[in-house]
Structure formats: structure tokens, C-alpha cells
Design a protein around this ligand. Structure first.
Ligand SMILES: [Zn+2]
Ligand SMILES: [Zn+2]
Length: 368
């Protein structure tokens, strides 16, 4: 056995780590928790083909660019068109920049890996840009340091109407039993009533209800067809429409720990419900990754606590509940906190750890 072969395992290990660090580097500088990018890139979803566009930029022509334009048009970043081409034009570059700004990514105008991962993440079907105006706060800085937003014209329920009723109306397309659904939605509504002067009561009759909740598959008549597992998860209409639709094709988890679900595409029902209720009450999307109103959520993730960004937004519309105890300051020890914690802390931590391991393996002492 030669000297080279006895040392090679260590070299291989170190070089593999170096490669991992190099691959990791572009992601670590971005605004995504690493687990999020990993999961988004591994699980098949309606937007998986965006992976093939990684690196695509202005001036190129590549198959799949038209689909990317469809996606960006759906969420308001481009005007709708039935005749998009596969040419990466200036309008697409500008749309990607607005998207990147909304999601706190590096504003490159290029389909870099982080942007691709973010676009593949399961998300709410409600647009981020409505009538050409970005509703996400990062673009406007309209609320000081807060990043919440309202729909154009700031529609809300009448100030005098403190008691809203909701009915769970379309359940034929889901296997979740009715009692479980009632419990999940009651908890989700309670998170908003805790912060405001609003109260929510379930009622049996859709005719009497301010808000109706239903599970639907595919095209269900409102022009916002669902797309099967992941992709868009749900959507809701601004006040005082009251419609809240969930994609019946999702692997919804309505009870138990979603992070231990057997399915890679499991989605926590209560987490999505809390988000959609925000829309029903008048909130648009937020650029704050820790906010409930951030547009994306990772599968197998629970995210149900209002962030201060959500609370300030909703209280500005409806007033505060004097008994509100504030947003939780402790961090539950679940994987979902990768999304919940937001901000700089959660973004670079896994890569710091990788660099530390690499440094230790190489016998280096570095200040991290
Ligand atoms: Zn939404
Ligand atoms: Zn719908």
C-alpha cells in the first residue's frame, strides 16, 4: 500500500468539506434558512423545473423561461399574458429584481440558486404585487421598520363589526374529520382575536357566515386553480369577501407534530390557516421572514405565532386587545423555528457550523 492511498481518505474528506463550503458560500450570503433551500430543491413540486433555470440571466433564451414568466405574472410581478416567450428580456429581469427585494434576497436580476430555491417553495396563492403595486413592505418602507402590508385601498371589516362568524363549508374533498377541522380553525382564529378586539365564532350555516372555509381541488371556479401537492397551498380574499380556499391535494397535517410527519410534502394546516386569516382580515404579504404573513412556508413546518410585524399590522387596522400578552419571546425547540426566527441569526448559522468543522479539521483557529 502506498503512502498516497493511506492518506487519501483524509484528503478526500477535507476536499469534500471544502467543496461543500464552496457550494454553501453563495447560499450562506442569502436570506434563506439552509433547511429551506435544501427541502425546496429536493421535493418535487409544480415548480421543480425552475431548477433548470439556475444561472439564467438577461439576454439568454432557454426552455422554461416562459413558465417562469407565467409564475411571476401569477403573483403580480409581470402583466398576465398568454403568449410569453422563452427569452429572458428586460421586463423579466426587472420582475426578478422586485421579487428578490420582496423576499430579502440579493438583488441580482439573475436566477441565482437562492432565488430558484425561494421560487420553488410552497406558498400562498395570493399575489405579492397587486395592480402593479408591490404589497410587500420591503419595497415601500411605508411602516417604519415594519414590513407588513395591506391590500390596495386597505380594505377591512367595518370598525363597528367586532364579531365575525365563519363556516367550514366544503369538506368533501378532505379526509380530515369535521371535529378536528373545527378545532384547528378555532385555534387559528384565536391567534388573531388575542391581538385585536375582534371575536370569531363558528356557525353551521354558510349563508349566515362572514367567512367561508373550504377544501377544493384544481380549478374550482374562481380563476385561481390549485396545483396539486405543494406549489400553492391556499388562498383567501381580502375584506369583506370572506372566502378562504385550501388545496385539497395537500398532505395536510391537522393534528400532531408536522415535523415528524411521514410525508415529505406534509403541510401544517393550522400554520396555513393563521396566514390566510390574515388576508381575510386585510393583511397582504410581509417581507419579514419571521412574520405569519410571509408568503412561503416550508413543508413539515409549524409556524403559528404572530410576529410583532403581524401584530402591528393588524392592530393598526382594528385596534389592540388590552389583554394581549404580546408575541412569544421564547423559541420553541422545533425545526419550524428555522422559518419563524427570521432575520440574520437563522440564516448563516448552519454555514458557520460547517466552516467551524472545516476549520477544526484543518487545524486552524479562526474567529467566527
Ligand atoms: Zn398569503
Ligand atoms: Zn379559490
Amino acid at each position: 500500500m502506498t503512502m498516497a492511498s493511506t492518506t487519501s481518505p483524509l484528503l478526500v474528506l477535507l476536499s469534500a468539506m471544502a467543496v461543500a463550503a464552496l457550494v454553501a458560500a453563495p447560499v450562506s450570503s442569502a436570506d434563506l434558512p439552509s433547511t429551506f433551500a435544501d427541502i425546496a430543491s429536493k421535493i418535487p413540486n409544480p415548480w421543480s423545473a425552475f431548477r433548470n433555470l439556475t444561472g439564467c440571466h438577461f439576454g439568454e433564451e432557454q426552455q422554461g423561461v416562459a413558465k417562469l414568466k407565467d409564475y411571476l405574472a401569477h403573483f403580480g410581478y409581470l402583466p398576465e399574458s398568454s403568449g410569453f416567450t422563452d427569452i429572458f428580456d428586460a421586463d423579466l429581469e426587472e420582475a426578478i429584481k422586485v421579487y428578490q427585494r420582496n423576499f430579502g434576497l440579493n438583488i441580482t436580476g439573475v436566477m441565482d440558486a437562492t432565488t430558484v430555491a425561494q421560487m420553488m417553495a410552497p406558498r400562498c396563492g395570493v399575489a405579492d404585487v397587486i395592480n402593479g403595486t408591490s404589497t410587500m413592505g420591503a419595497s415601500s418602507h411605508a411602516h417604519g421598520r415594519n414590513l407588513y402590508s395591506y391590500f390596495p385601498g386597505s380594505p377591512s371589516w367595518p370598525r363597528s363589526k367586532k364579531r365575525l362568524t365563519y363556516a367550514i363549508t366544503d369538506t368533501a374533498a378532505t379526509t380530515i374529520d369535521r371535529a378536528t377541522l373545527s378545532r384547528v380553525f378555532a385555534r387559528a382564529f384565536a391567534r388573531w382575536s388575542a391581538a385585536t378586539t375582534l371575536n370569531f365564532t363558528e356557525t353551521a350555516s354558510a349563508r349566515d357566515a362572514d367567512i367561508t372555509i373550504g377544501f377544493h381541488a384544481g380549478d374550482h371556479g374562481d380563476g385561481e386553480a390549485f396545483d396539486g401537492p405543494l406549489g400553492t397551498l391556499a388562498h383567501a380574499f381580502s375584506p369583506t369577501d370572506g372566502r378562504f380556499h385550501l388545496d385539497a391535494a395537500e398532505a395536510w397535517v391537522a393534528a400532531g407534530d408536522v415535523s415528524r410527519a411521514s410525508s415529505d410534502v406534509a403541510v401544517d394546516l393550522e400554520s396555513v390557516a393563521v396566514h390566510e386569516i390574515g388576508h381575510l382580515l386585510g393583511l397582504g404579504h410581509s417581507s419579514e421572514p419571521g412574520a405569519i404573513m410571509y408568503p412561503t412556508i416550508t413543508s413539515r413546518t409549524r409556524k403559528v405565532d404572530l410576529a410583532s410585524d403581524d401584530v402591528v399590522g393588524i392592530q393598526s387596522l382594528y385596534g389592540g386587545n388590552p389583554n394581549f400578552k404580546g408575541v412569544p419571546t421564547t423559541t420553541p425547540a422545533t425545526s419550524s423555528r428555522d422559518m419563524d426566527s427570521g432575520a440574520a441569526g437563522a440564516r448563516s448559522r448552519p454555514w458557520d457550523a460547517l466552516v467551524a468543522v472545516l476549520a477544526a479539521a484543518a487545524g486552524l483557529v479562526v474567529a467566527l
